[in-house]
Design a protein around this ligand. Structure first.
Ligand code: M6R
Length: 608
């Protein structure tokens, strides 16, 4: 996600941390900032926009400091502006903090602090964390002890780096879920959120484990566990070149992003799940949801496919009529929109020109609008009435993977939210929350299918055509899986609900044609198995993705990948995209395609 850098040594720390941040620029960001010792105080400089803006401001003052921390922010909470940029001071200005992640209980903490007279400059959860650390530090304990005590009060994800004026030779860092890596030098030491930021300075690094608090000084780096026991770091030498380090050691961003998905789910859920209920901040009030009679989901490409999942969910779970439109068609078809309807715009970039144009049409027609968007402060996010961020972090590969998972998950949360408000009799919101809480582990488990999926991909990499089929929610996932294969492996695909095959597409099946079939939907499994037999009778090789409790499909098909049974039909179907993404990736790899930058395609389509 956001980039973190820190340095303590004899050189000008400010130059070093800005250079480190520059090495993380490829991941995208919307503001930058730096904190350093300046005379008798800590100085913070921060700017919205490109790093060049911050550099220009720093160069004007030409400061020198032997300790500094810097940040490049990719906003998840609060607009990308100077105030919300990091670092943040505590209440006294003695401590400066950078934070990656989301503190889930920050509103509670903020309320307490506000009652005690604290004033905040930004809208961020991070500034609240800075104030809490500052309060502990005011007790007179060392900085590392103040941070250790403070993190016990936070729930959620964090990667912190903190410096103080009282102990200017120290950088203290702590992590839970958000990655932090320390780098070992001679008489100088480093900290960063990612290895590429360290490589020009040192190749000896150690990854901090969850819940560790580490102290970085010129003399060395030590770490303690949450209960204050010293823990041993395990340094290793990195032999990756810079390019593979940027990809976290993966060969492509796409593979890195597929593998990030269990964390993406955690990030997406962060701050939204209570024990019994959901908190979707900033949505419409209850009376609006009671009034909405129809949903129109409008999107392109992968986001459109997420929209189809939304339709199936809203109609099946909420009995709420839902239409899904391609943004590129929407304006030209004079859409029939109920004045009481809600238009939902799903977009990773928030800049897709067709979706933006459709949004403006809905606004002209005075229809309520909601965005499900990944990039904070993007055009769609700014122009809709309400926005739910997917919180998936920057997606660099042109082929969307983690954004799709997060979009579908946000639609699911939205469905539960509406069910809660409308007190839908047949919907067990508590069971939904439980299933979603367990989902990151299921995603992780699905990623373990990688090597078996790679074997199937090797076998079918020369396919001239591939079918993607399913029934119910699996038919939606089939469309997305097919798009992935087309996009990056350049293999023509035929995708449709499995029951439609005999109405035409079956004519294309020949001996050895690959059919990839989603079989996660228990209620239509018998029907699906009949469709599978029809395919096999014409010589098709069938690869099925199904849940572990399915005793029927694996006995019928030629190859099978088994994912967890989540006890929720929607989440089962959604989970099946993970092995399917891996399948496209390995097909493309076998064929020697340019995976992250497929021919003729751009990451953000800002022309109509
Ligand atoms: O940024 P958006 O989500 O609005 O982009 C929509 C599509 O352009 C995008 O999903 C595209 O289909 C991807 N290349 C799919 O992998």
């Amino acid at each position: 996600m956001c980039g973190i850098a820190g340095y303590v040594g004899q050189r000008n720390a400010i130059e070093i941390v800005l250079d480190q941040i520059e090495r993380l620029e490829y991941r995208g960001y919307d503001s930058t900032g730096v904190a350093f010792k300046s005379g008798d105080s800590l100085q913070i400089m921060k700017r919205a926009g490109k790093l060049a803006h911050l550099r220009a401001a720093v160069e004007e003052e030409n400061p020198f400091s032997e300790v500094a921390i810097a940040h490049s922010r990719w906003a998840t909470h609060g607009a990308p502006n100077d105030l919300n940029a990091h670092p943040h001071y505590d209440a006294t200005g003695e401590v400066a903090l950078i934070h990656n992640g989301i503190i889930e209980n920050y509103l509670e903490l903020k309320e307490e602090l506000t009652r005690a007279g604290h004033v905040f400059q930004s809208e961020t959860d991070s500034e609240v964390a800075a104030h809490i650390i500052g309060l502990e530090y005011a007790e007179g304990v060392p900085l590392e002890e103040a941070v250790r005590r403070a993190v016990g009060k936070f729930t959620g994800a964090y990667g912190f780096v903190v410096i103080s004026m009282r102990e200017p030779g120290k950088i203290v860092c702590a992590r839970n879920a958000s990655p932090l890596v320390v780098g070992f030098g001679k008489g100088e030491n480093f900290i960063a959120s990612d290895i590429p930021a360290l490589l020009p300075y040192t190749r000896t690094v150690a990854v901090l484990d969850n819940e560790m608090v580490a102290l970085v000084t010129t003399e060395g780096i030590t770490a303690v566990s949450p209960d204050g026991r010293t823990v041993k770091l395990s340094p290793f030498d990195v032999d990756w070149d810079i390019e593979s380090a940027e990809k976290g050691g993966y060969e492509h961003f796409m593979l890195k992003e597929i593998h990030e998905q269990d964390d993406v789910v955690r990030q997406c859920l962060a701050g939204r799940l209570g024990q019994e209920n959901l908190t979707l901040d900033g949505l419409f009030g209850e009376h609006v949801w009671q009034d909405i009679d129809r949903v129109n989901i409008i999107a392109c490409g992968t986001a459109y496919h997420a929209g189809l999942m939304g339709k199936t969910l809203f109609e099946k779970m909420l009995r709420l009529p839902t239409d899904v439109y391609f943004s590129s068609e929407f304006r030209y078809n004079d859409p029939l929109l109920s004045p009481k309807s809600l238009a939902v715009f799903v977009s990773q970039s928030g800049e897709t020109a067709d979706s933006l144009a459709a949004l403006r049409l809905c606004k002209e027609r005075r229809i309520r609008t909601l965005g499900i968007v990944n990039v904070v402060g993007s055009s769609i996010a700014r122009e809709v009435d309400r926005v739910l961020y997917t919180q998936a972090g920057p997606e660099i590969s042109v082929a969307s993977t983690k954004a799709y998972l997060a979009q579908c998950l946000v639609l699911y949360l939205l469905g539960l939210h509406i069910a809660e408000i409308k007190e839908m009799p047949g919907v067990n919101v508590k069971a939904g929350l439980k299933a979603v809480r367990e989902f990151p582990e299921y995603v992780k488990e699905a990623l373990d299918l990688e090597s078996s999926i790679q074997d199937v991909a090797k076998q079918f990499a020369n396919s001239k055509l591939a079918f993607f089929l399913g029934r119910g929610a699996d038919a939606n996932v089939a469309l997305e899986a097919a798009l992935k294969l087309k996009e990056i492996a350049y293999i023509p695909t035929q995708e449709c609900p499995a029951g439609e095959m005999k109405h035409g597409p079956l004519a294309l099946i020949e001996q050895g044609t690959l059919s990839v079939v989603g079989a996660t939907q228990e209620d239509v499994r018998d029907k699906l198995v009949s469709n599978i037999r029809e395919l096999q009778a014409r010589g098709s090789h069938v690869l099925a993705i199904t849940t572990k409790d399915d005793e029927l499909t694996p006995t019928v098909v030629d190859s099978c990948a088994m994912i967890a049974q989540t006890n929720d039909w929607y989440l089962n179907a959604l989970l099946s995209i993970v092995p399917l993404q891996l399948f496209s990736y390995y097909m493309a790899l076998e064929r020697g395609c340019e995976i992250d930058q497929p021919r003729n395609l751009a990451k953000s389509v800002t022309v109509e």
